[in-house]
Design a protein around this ligand. Structure first.
Ligand SMILES: *[C@@H]1O[C@H](CO)[C@@H](O)[C@H](O)[C@H]1NC(C)=O
Ligand SMILES: *[C@@H]1O[C@H](CO)[C@@H](O)[C@H](O)[C@H]1NC(C)=O
Ligand SMILES: *[C@@H]1O[C@H](CO)[C@@H](O)[C@H](O)[C@H]1NC(C)=O
Ligand SMILES: *[C@@H]1O[C@H](CO)[C@@H](O)[C@H](O)[C@H]1NC(C)=O
Ligand SMILES: *[C@@H]1O[C@H](CO)[C@@H](O)[C@H](O)[C@H]1NC(C)=O
Length: 265
């Protein structure tokens, strides 16, 4: 026993020392994934960020936004403008045709992180029986003077639709997120879709140079996070009750701000 006691004491000392280092206070919540900063309300680790945004991001090879329809690569998060831009690697674009699948979000995601109005869903190769060509044709619009025919005409990926019906190109529709939210691709009866964002800025720009992706705007739940952050803590929540917590160090959590127990608790 004797020879061991000295190293053990040193280890104990180091552990005590480490637990008092302020840098450790943030270590329970990763604050970036690659070069994308992760801040409230988003988080990578459970118990960090806002509970409403739980399990929405995955930092594996890259940062991914998880929805019931798949993992979407996060291109950027703008915390000032409160926008997040994602890209579906399995989506068709002007240069690649891929099998269709729906874009689905959870109810919470639809409510808190809806796609912006300058994100347009282009439904392609629709059948003439598609609801958006009949009862719901008012849901289709042209953006910045662009028409769907332009996509068929100038995109290598979509030229294939042209060849089938050799007189007129198959119907298509530029529409907003609400349309695909309420009607699946099967109901819409269109075989492919692509999404274009920043559509307000694409006047006079051809489909090859459009920005393909989905821009969403997020709401930041008001849970007194500023107070916690200013006291040096990281905003998080109790993983069981989902009640707000201010994560202060690996050994202490407070409800509102570091070093101060909330009166209500
Ligand atoms: C603080 O909260 C986090 C997240 O809920 C949890 O993982 C951690 O165990 C808590 N620490 C203490 C000391 O309660
Ligand atoms: C996150 O990514 C890792 C590595 O790719 C994977 O093992 C894990 O299942 C993913 N988590 C979720 C919730 O998709
Ligand atoms: C276009 O839609 C028709 C059915 O409306 C389908 O038979 C055809 O395969 C689709 N074209 C491509 C390239 O998927
Ligand atoms: C969109 O533009 C095309 C060609 O410019 C036109 O034929 C079509 O009627 C327009 N659609 C709508 C909904 O304005
Ligand atoms: C394409 O056009 C040719 C000549 O006009 C016609 O004979 C042929 O039936 C058309 N094919 C289709 C699939 O409409």
């Amino acid at each position: 026993m004797r020879p061991l006691s000295k190293p053990v004491t040193i280890i104990n000392f180091i552990v005590v020392l480490l637990s008092q280092l302020p840098t450790l206070t943030l270590s329970q919540c990763r604050d970036s994934c690659g070069d994308i900063p992760i801040k409230y309300p988003f988080a990578l680790d459970d118990g960090c960020g806002a509970p409403q945004f739980r399990r929405m991001l995955n930092c594996s090879t890259d940062l991914f936004f998880l929805t019931p329809s798949g993992s979407y690569k996060v291109e950027s998060i703008n915390y000032d403008k409160k926008t997040i831009v994602v890209y579906d690697p399995a989506m068709s674009t002007c240069s690649i045709l891929q099998p269709h699948h729906d874009f689905l979000m959870t109810d919470i995601q639809s409510a808190l992180i809806p796609p912006t109005s300058d994100t347009v869903f282009a439904l392609l190769n629709c059948s003439i029986d598609s609801p958006v060509l009949n009862h719901y044709s008012y849901l289709c619009f042209n953006f910045s003077s662009h028409s769907c025919d332009e996509l068929y005409g100038s995109c290598n990926a979509f030229r294939v639709f042209h060849m089938v019906a050799n007189t007129t190109s198959p119907p298509c529709c530029f529409t907003g997120y609400d349309t695909v939210k309420f009607m699946s691709m099967n109901i819409l009866d269109c075989t492919h879709y692509t999404t274009v964002t920043n559509t307000d800025e694409l006047r006079g720009i051809g489909p090859q140079d459009w920005v393909y992706g989905i821009k969403m705007t997020f709401a930041v739940p008001d849970s007194g996070c500023n107070r916690c952050a200013m006291s040096g803590g990281t905003c998080g929540f109790d993983t069981e009750t989902e009640g707000a917590l201010c994560l202060c160090s690996s050994s202490s959590n407070y409800t509102r701000e570091c070093g101060k127990e909330d009166d209500q608790l």
